[in-house]
Design a protein around this ligand. Structure first.
Ligand code: HEC
Ligand code: HEC
Length: 407
């Protein structure tokens, strides 16, 4: 169904049914329309589609997750971070506190007289791992003066959303069972859950490169607030990531009347239904030798081939959803939730073949051009696996890479 048709349908249906369950297919179609929706500046004649910004990084979810929830093609060193869709720069100090002027994310664009915050720029230091140089991030043309001295830049690529519904359904007990914060088994791999404090109580983070969001709704609310500048029940501020220091932004017209949110609750429900419905990547081809090496080298200590779902079934996502200290080379300087700057969520490896086929850079900032490069950046808790990988014979290493390349 075309986005506009779904929206008009919903506009009428919402008032009429007031929360009554619609058919699943219609919910998903409307959710997709919300995902694809190009939000516009308030005030607009289409009330349910305005409220963009005033500061924003993109106008729709689909601008960063193109192709119905795909990963961005951004690759560090090849693509310009200032103009490539799906590359986001987060702001925060070592404990995760946002910048007092710029907030939690760089929004390069503004409407209603609010100036954009600046342009992401990257250069490469001479110190390098093998042939890969260490990236150094900065912002050109800061729109509101210098940020706080403690503010760090944390670039992140938009991941694929295939299978996020299963990630949400992974049994919390299955995640916690793999925690080994003090490395009692002495394998060098610890891993701990990102424990988040939500208004409803404590929760375990699952989504984002630092597992800072516990649910799809929370992740979508964060995207609406930080990326697009829209308010939701979980993040009710219509000005999104505008801080009190950004006065033009605070004074701009908003897309919701007092007491309402720019994204109405029924739209959020449908959006979550759409995300939940995105099929997981197809199962990888059978490769017993590669799979055995993946396990024996210790990749599987973090990239767990299977996690049990609540209510039965499993997610073959190749992640434990835990945070691991990945060493100084992947330390971005910014914490998030209970995650330290050097800690990252084990990246799910399902769907990696698609990312490689479309030329996406791997790792949180897209710095690795191949699986071999990605492994070369693994340090900290993954240092043991990296050296066992390096010690494999050429034929074994190729078998392992072949296995991962086809996930
Ligand atoms: C400006 C680019 C951008 C826009 C717009 C955007 N995203 Fe994202 N998305 C990202 C990035 C970058 C991440 C990784 C975030 C992190 O690590 O904190 C992400 C992560 C996610 C995740 C978590 C995936 C995972 O595996 O953990 C979900 C779900 C998601 N986005 C949904 C959405 C939805 C829904 C919207 C629209 C409301 C949206 N995104 C808009 C860039 C974007
Ligand atoms: C100690 C836990 C740990 C071990 C062991 C480990 N990884 Fe990782 N892996 C991670 C984390 C955490 C990330 C995300 C790091 C980042 O983005 O900065 C990651 C990212 C990756 C990525 C990039 C995925 C993407 O979507 O961009 C690949 C590929 C990968 N690992 C492969 C491997 C292979 C192959 C091995 C074994 C040689 C291995 N890993 C061992 C934790 C681990």
């Amino acid at each position: 169904m075309p986005a506009l048709a779904a929206f008009s349908l919903l506009a009428g249906a919402l008032t009429a049914t007031a929360g009554a369950a619609a058919t699943g297919g219609l919910d998903i179609a409307i959710g997709k329309a919300v995902f694809d929706r190009m939000w516009v500046q308030a005030p607009a004649s289409t009330k349910h589609a305005d409220g963009l910004g005033p500061l924003f990084a993109a106008r729709s979810c689909a601008s960063c997750h193109a192709g119905s929830g795909g990963r961005t093609t951004f690759r560090l060193g090849r693509d310009d971070p200032a103009s490539h869709p799906g590359l986001v720069v987060r702001f925060g100090d070592a404990a995760g506190a946002p910048d007092p002027v710029y907030g939690a994310e760089l929004q390069p664009q503004g409407v209603s007289g609010a100036a954009g915050e600046g342009r992401a720029v990257v250069s490469f230091a001479t110190a390098s791992i093998g042939r890969i140089a260490t990236p150094e991030w900065s912002v050109a043309d800061w729109g509101y003066g210098q940020p706080a001295a403690t503010t760090r830049l944390s670039p992140r690529v938009a991941p694929s959303l295939a299978g996020v519904g299963l990630i949400e359904r992974v049994d919390e007990a299955a995640i916690l069972a793999r925690e080994d914060a003090d490395d009692r088994d002495g394998d060098g791999v610890s891993g701990r859950a990102n424990r988040i404090v939500m208004p409803a109580g404590p929760a375990i983070g699952r989504f984002g490169w630092k597992a800072a969001e516990p649910t799809l709704e929370a992740q979508a609310a964060s995207a609406f607030a930080l990326d697009i500048g829209l308010s939701t029940a979980l993040r009710p501020d219509s000005a999104g990531d505008c801080t009190p220091e950004q006065t033009a932004c605070r004074a701009a017209p908003m897309g919701a009347d007092p007491g309402e949110t720019e994204v109405a609750e029924p739209l959020m429900t449908r959006l979550v239904a759409y995300l939940d419905h995105l099929a997981p990547p197809p199962a990888a081809s059978y490769n017993p030798r590669g799979a055995r090496l993946f396990a024996s080298v210790g990749c599987g200590a973090c990239h767990a081939p299977s996690l049990a779902l609540k209510g039965g079934g499993e997610a073959n996502a190749y992640t434990d959803l835990l945070l691991h200290d990945m060493g100084p080379d992947l330390d971005g300087g910014m914490g998030e939730g209970s995650a330290a700057p050097s800690e990252w969520r084990t990246a799910p490896l399902w769907g990696l073949s698609r990312a490689l086929a479309q030329g996406s850079g791997l790792l949180h900032d897209g710095r690795a051009a191949s699986v071999r490069d990605a492994v070369a950046w693994h340090g900290g808790e993954a240092a043991g696996a990296r050296s066992r990988f390096a010690e494999l014979s050429e034929s074994e290493r190729n078998a392992l890479l072949e296995f991962v390349n086809r996930l």
